[in-house]
Design a protein around this ligand. Structure first.
Ligand code: IPM
Ligand code: MN
Length: 369
């Protein structure tokens, strides 16, 4: 096979290493069964590396990663280090400096017992949040005046550019068409209190003229939070700002069984893109082999689907196989609980996924495409 995906792996902090190790085992198995190839290069960035060397993300490593196809990241964050320093210096840097403007966060219920919602099942909870990933309050434009005094002022600007808003909205319309499900796109904003969100509404309607097959829907963020719990079946694709997408995706995580299940893709179509669980480094579970690796494993599945667009169908077959295997483990009740208290170790969950992947293959599989 001549096609080789170049993948950077950044396990990061806390449970990051444990969950990424399982993700990499699953990747290896998918490659073998579906006939795709890849190279892995590991990067040590995160708290330990910073404490040892003072480096957050050296330029040479960043420039190398830029030339690769995808990045698999575990988690970044450590209580020993100033809040946000590494989060912004590693995760933020990848998102901003690689211009990964789409943050895709699927909300999918794999089995009825996983959701805390009454009377809602897998047919009701199946949507995707398209979070803008490069603008809004995250850019850090602002600062303090008279810091530490009773007269202190803290100012933060929310930035929305016409180009930034248009490209994410267009991506969401395209995705909605491609999903071909309810064909409904919900714009989530707060235009009733934040007048500049009118930019989002205007662009939403304008771009929407090119997508007459997609139903346009607009909802304020507070109401969206309420409806996600009350009527999750109303949603198909939600497009929203960076900050609202961050908050709503944790809510979405709980609808589908918890943080241990949720994967995400930080994407710039056609360019190197980054895949990571939406959970954090969970220091209290670090080193205990108890965290769920499912979010990291499903991040591998998302990464493979992304790679298939550029590198061909065997990667998509791998992505499907991984996701289907995880779905079956939940549906059959073999994994009841995707949290650190599931009673199944991190690596034992990895074993179960590998077993399912291997068992689920038809006899003819295993021949490289
Ligand atoms: C996420 C995380 C990050 C964010 C943090 C680690 C900066 O919460 O990916 O959702 O806020 O985007
Ligand atoms: Mn978050």
């Amino acid at each position: 096979m001549s096609v080789l995906a170049k993948i950077a792996v950044i396990p990061g902090d806390g449970i990051g290493t444990e969950v990424v190790n399982q993700g990499v085992r699953v990747l290896e198995c998918a490659g073998r069964l579906c006939g795709f190839t890849y190279t892995l290069k590991w990067f040590p960035f995160g708290a330990e590396h910073y404490l040892k060397t003072g480096e957050i993300f050296p330029v040479a490593a960043f420039d190398e990663i830029r030339t690769m196809d995808a990045i698999l990241l575990g988690a970044i964050g450590d209580p020993r280090i100033e809040t946000g320093l590494l989060e912004r210096g590693v995760v933020g840097k990848l998102r901003w400096d690689l211009d990964l403007y789409v943050n895709l966060r699927p909300v999918v219920l794999y089995a009825p017992q996983l959701t805390p919602l009454k009377n809602k099942g897998p047919e009701d909870i199946n949507f995707i949040i398209v979070r803008e990933n490069t603008e809004d309050s995250y850019l850090g434009l602002g600062g303090f005046v008279k810091k530490g005094t009773p007269d202190e002022v803290a100012i933060l600007e929310s930035i929305y550019t016409r180009k930034g808003v248009e490209r994410i909205i267009r991506y969401a319309y395209e995705l909605c068409r491609k999903r071909n499900q309810k064909k409904k796109l919900t714009l989530c904003d707060k235009a009733n209190a934040i007048p500049v969100h009118d930019l989002w509404r205007r662009v939403f309607r304008e771009v929407g003229r090119e997508y007459p097959d997609i139903t346009q829907d607009m909802a304020y963020v507070d109401a969206t939070a309420m409806w996600m719990v009350k009527n999750p079946e109303w949603f198909d694709v939600i497009v929203t700002t960076n900050m609202f997408g961050d908050i709503l995706s944790d809510l979405g995580a709980m609808l589908q069984g918890g943080m241990g299940i949720c994967a995400s893709g930080n994407i710039h179509p056609g360019k190197v893109s980054m895949f990571e669980p939406i959970h954090g480094s969970a220091p209290k579970y670090a080193g205990k082999n108890s965290a769920s690796p499912i979010a990291a494993i499903l991040s591998v599945s998302m990464m493979l689907h992304y790679l298939s667009e550029k590198l061909g169908p065997p990667y998509a077959a791998g992505g499907d196989l991984v996701e289907r295997s995880v779905a079956e483990l939940f549906a059959s009740g073999r994994i009841q609980d995707p949290s650190a208290s599931s009673g199944i170790n991190t690596d034992a969950i990895g074993d179960l996924v590998l077993e399912k992947m291997t068992a689920g293959r038809p006899a003819s599989a295993g021949t490289p495409a």
